[in-house]
Design a protein around this ligand. Structure first.
Ligand SMILES: [Zn+2]
Length: 403
């Protein structure tokens, strides 16, 4: 099959005018100018006309469990108030609600051009009832705040239920929720298992001012709330969240970590980041960030330190849609000096690298998975600018060779 479009933005070199992509089964086999592709490849031609064809978008951080909470929680005075508000909403939800939520989330993500997603779920046992229409990395969220002595048991149970529930061969990982809900032992256990099972790890880190206050100063609303649940607070009062996460230097195998947020960093944290021998990956969620009013995200500093920065939507309990186009526009508004092409990399090439699929997804290249989308284009405006400006469902998409 040959797919022709006015422009092919491969994310692997300059966009190709009057370009085409040849697909065989679920793989891309050839890319170039339409005339050349037609000569070199057999098969039917699908002409997308005045459109730009690009790699499918990859959402690096999402919780589809909470799609049904869109618009339910207005911005709160504090992050802690929001945690309590979402807990109250969650107590009203049944497995049936969660199944509908995850299915609706998948459909919405796909409609807006997402073809791969890193999805954290607290309900791995529901996976057989929510067959994903896009590529899905299932991360089992693990929390032991109420019983840290059972950390190992919780991790093993999460692995077992994910193992039973996920389709064979589907990529997966573990998500110790955050430093304030998952114990040191839980993080350690996940760190031991990841290299053995060749899986990825993700967590929420240094998200809010209140998290910084809790760990560094042993004070503030999050500190008081978490203490009232009964967590031992003996790790609070001296170290920043980043310092606690990194633990002993070299103690964590960093490249397998995808770290969400990282909004709160001190100057000593930046020194620490600069000295690291290897780098974890970072997910920034621009609209969730705006919703909470977090401290400005230090994009330029983190990029100059060599960090791979991706974008994610987070959940609809703190966001309005699952469109990565909306996310790119929100990022562009906060960082107008960043080139549109670089912003598009943050939902294609960069998350593919974070998910260790840099040789299979995120670009249009021979041998890569056939995950492609198209949106209309017109005139001579910069093509990447036009892509980011797109604010409707995509007009065409292919996931793993299927349209
Ligand atoms: Zn999150």
């Amino acid at each position: 099959m040959i797919i022709r479009a006015r422009i092919v933005a491969t994310m692997d070199g300059a966009p190709i005018e009057n370009g085409a992509v040849a697909v065989s089964g679920n793989r891309i086999v050839d890319i170039g100018r339409f005339d050349d592709i037609k000569t070199r490849n057999a098969g039917n031609t699908v002409d997308l006309g005045e459109q730009v064809l690009l790699p499918g978008l990859i959402n690096a951080h999402c919780h589809l469990d909470y799609t049904c909470l869109r618009g339910k929680i207005p911005p709160q005075k504090s992050f802690t108030d929001w945690v309590q508000a979402i807990n109250a909403e969650k107590s009203e939800l049944s497995p049936k609600n969660y199944i509908a939520s995850i299915n609706d989330g998948f459909e919405e993500a796909k409609r807006f051009g997402t073809t791969a997603i890193a999805n954290l779920t607290a309900f791995a046992e529901l996976i057989p009832q929510v067959p994903p229409p896009i590529r899905t990395w299932w991360f089992a969220e693990v929390i032991d705040i109420r019983a840290p002595e059972r950390a190992k048991e919780f991790v093993d149970a999460a692995i077992e239920s994910l193992g039973r529930a996920r389709p064979p061969g589907a990529p997966w990982g573990l998500a110790p929720h955050a430093l304030f809900t998952a114990s040191k032992d839980l993080f350690r256990r996940c760190g031991e298992i990841a290299p053995r099972e060749h899986i990825l790890l993700t967590t929420h880190l240094a998200e809010s001012r209140e998290e910084m206050e809790m760990f560094r100063d042993a004070s503030g609303p999050l500190y008081e709330f978490i203490k009232s649940i009964g967590r031992t607070m003996d790790d609070c009062g001296s170290k920043t969240p980043l310092e606690l996460f990194l633990g002993a230097p070299g103690g964590r195998a960093l490249p397998q970590w995808i770290v969400a947020h990282l909004n709160e960093l001190t100057e000593s944290d930046f020194d620490l980041l600069e000295r690291l021998n290897s780098r974890f990956h970072i997910v920034h969620c621009p609209r969730s960030h705006n919703y909470f009013g977090h401290s400005p995200f230090a994009f330029e500093r983190l990029r100059s330190l060599g960090f791979n920065v991706c974008l994610g939507t987070d959940s609809l309990a703190s966001n309005q849609s699952l469109s990565l186009f909306d996310e790119m526009r929100a990022f562009q508004k906060n960082f107008p000096q960043v080139e549109p092409e670089e912003i598009l990399q943050m939902v294609t090439v960069n998350p593919a690298r974070a998910l260790r699929y840099e040789n299979a997804l995120g670009q249009i290249r021979p041998g890569f998975g056939a995950d492609l989308i198209a949106v209309p284009c017109a005139g001579s405006t910069d093509i990447f600018e036009q892509i980011i400006a797109w604010d409707a469902p995509v007009s065409w998409s292919m996931v793993n060779g299927n349209t």
